[in-house]
Design a protein around this ligand. Structure first.
Ligand SMILES: Cc1cc2nc3c(=O)[nH]c(=O)nc-3n(C[C@H](O)[C@H](O)[C@H](O)COP(=O)(O)OP(=O)(O)OC[C@H]3O[C@@H](n4cnc5c(N)ncnc54)[C@H](O)[C@@H]3O)c2cc1C
Length: 475
């Protein structure tokens, strides 16, 4: 008879690793199974193009990682994690050569918005200054699980941010500020008319001022490797290269925690097709990783100093691109682009003088076309001569993203649409969103609240739910 573990975790993304660490830290025996040969999920680093070019196939910029209450409570620096802060967290250039930015200070950010909107930006951010520690803990936990630490600030965020970003930004005179916010909200891949997108934009802006938008030295793999090393030190066992297909393949355990999509969880655990029948996947990404012969030749000098650069010339164009992919079910004519340039702060990730760079736009779930031309047209628009620098590119549309990671169903890297009730009730309305119909089976992926990003907070919250269930069972 094989011995009984306390917990088996399926999937070694940031949430699976966080859940495993937190349960091991409470003295539980934990065994983790990951389908791919390396841990990390959406926080990986690979030579996707040429030898010596270290690309992040998914996440690269980590406002939510450096600001994560779960990660901050772990000694990850001891396991090699080092955050590297670019001079500017984010630049958002425009056709006239100017740019909006997210700088580390509210004052510098406001100054870039120009005299008509600077005071408005300062007023918008003022109530949240210095509140990151409590505010992040409050909005990343399940809203109805206990009292917030700072109810007043959380209520302020809710009152302003529950509205669509397109409403929140009506207070700005100039479209540059509106485009900056529309670009921030676009990280949840929803049109700016979607409720709660105001909060998303506010949180990303606040993070720039309070904790920064750093990259991990060596690439995002460093985050996952640090989590896995810490887990092993706590006695956890990690298996890679094992795709779990059925619950009964796993060793006996008191609890099973799935860092998978809800669809995969229902199939593997035999929960039945109706377990998550209301759950919806969202629009996909179309991503290109580049090996470059030099830095991106942005027209805007400001963009050359930023870790992340958003390409969306106006709030209207950004809105149209998101609407096309997420609502109309067609590829945008002019995509909104999220880009990162890691070698600005971490030159060791490419041979001397060379650079890694990625860009993605949004396309419908499961789309099988090629967005490369449209993406590069936009890059040339803001960085003339970009194409001449391309040494190699690794192109990943929805099918390739899903092949790299089973959680990206149809290329939806958020593992669930940010729409309707799912903006708050992820993966479904329930007091404990991590529990399932099977008392020993739990979900801990970004399909569950608080959703996408490398922050481990779905894993943290799920670990709490597992702990409570096991403690109650032990009584
Ligand atoms: C192009 C792109 C850019 C992004 N940029 C950013 C960014 O800059 N910053 C940011 O914070 N976030 C970013 N994200 C989002 C972020 O990567 C995800 O939200 C995050 O990784 C989700 O974490 P997770 O632990 O829930 O799942 P994942 O990271 O998806 O990990 C799930 C893991 O489970 C494994 N798995 C699944 N099924 C099985 C099975 N049956 N058996 C065994 N193992 C299984 C998978 O192989 C995978 O390793 C980006 C994502 C993409 C694709």
């Amino acid at each position: 008879m094989p011995s009984m573990r306390d917990v088996v975790v399926v999937g070694a993304g940031p949430n699976g690793l966080t859940a495993a660490v937190e349960l091991a830290r409470r003295g539980m025996s934990v065994e983790l199974f990951e389908a791919k040969e390396t841990v990390g999920g959406g926080a990986r680093t690979e030579e996707l193009t040429l030898p010596g070019f270290l690309h992040d196939p998914c996440a690269a910029a980590h406002p939510m990682g450096v600001g994560s209450p779960a990660f901050r409570a772990m000694p990850l620096e001891r396991y090699g994690l080092e955050w590297l802060h670019p001079e500017l967290p984010l630049a958002h250039p425009f056709d006239d050569g100017s740019a909006a930015v997210l700088a580390r200070s509210v004052g510098e950010t406001a100054a870039y918005l120009g005299p008509r909107d600077a005071a408005t930006y300062r007023r918008l951010m003022a109530p949240f200054a210095g509140t990151w520690d409590t505010l992040s803990a409050d909005f990343l936990k399940v809203p109805w699980d206990g009292l917030p630490r700072d109810p007043v600030t959380l209520a302020r965020l809710g009152l302003t941010g529950a509205r669509p970003v397109s409403w929140v930004t009506r207070r700005f005179e100039d479209d540059k500020a509106r485009a900056l916010f529309a670009g921030l909200a676009a990280h949840v891949v929803a049109p700016g008319s979607t409720p709660m997108t105001g909060a998303i934009a506010l949180v990303f802006a606040l993070a720039a001022h309070e904790v920064g938008w750093p990259l991990a030295r060596g690439g995002s793999q460093a985050i996952s490797d640090a989590l896995a090393a810490y887990l092993r030190d706590l006695g956890g066992v990690v298996h890679t290269g094992v795709e779990v297909k059925r619950l009964d393949e796993l060793p006996p355990a008191r609890a099973y925690v799935f860092n998978t999509s809800p669809t995969a969880l229902a199939r593997i655990a035999g929960l039945g097709g109706r377990a998550y029948e209301g759950f919806r996947y969202g629009a996909a990404a179309f991503k290109i990783d580049y090996a470059l012969d030099g830095p991106v030749p942005w027209t805007s000098a400001t963009a050359r100093r930023a870790g992340s650069v958003h390409i969306g010339p106006s709030s209207r164009e950004i809105g149209a691109a998101l609407h096309a992919a997420a609502v109309d079910g067609r590829a945008p004519d002019v995509p909104f682009l999220v880009t990162t340039q890691p070698t600005l702060v971490d030159p060791g990730r490419a041979p001397e003088g060379k650079h890694v760079f990625w860009a993605y736009g949004h396309v419908p779930n499961g789309w099988d076309g090629d967005l490369t031309e449209a993406i590069e047209r936009q890059l040339e628009r803001f960085a003339p001569g970009f194409r001449d620098l391309v040494l190699a590119r690794a192109v990943a549309g929805p099918a390739e993203l899903a092949r790299r990671n089973a959680n990206y169903v149809g290329g939806d890297f958020s593992c669930g649409a940010f729409s309707g009730l799912q903006t708050v009730f992820r993966p479904r309305p329930a007091f404990n969103p991590y529990g399932t119909a099977h008392p020993a089976v739990f979900l801990c992926s970004s399909a569950a609240w608080p959703g996408p990003g490398v922050h481990g907070m779905s894993g943290h919250n799920a670990a709490k739910a597992v702990w409570r269930r096991l403690r109650a069972a032990a009584r």
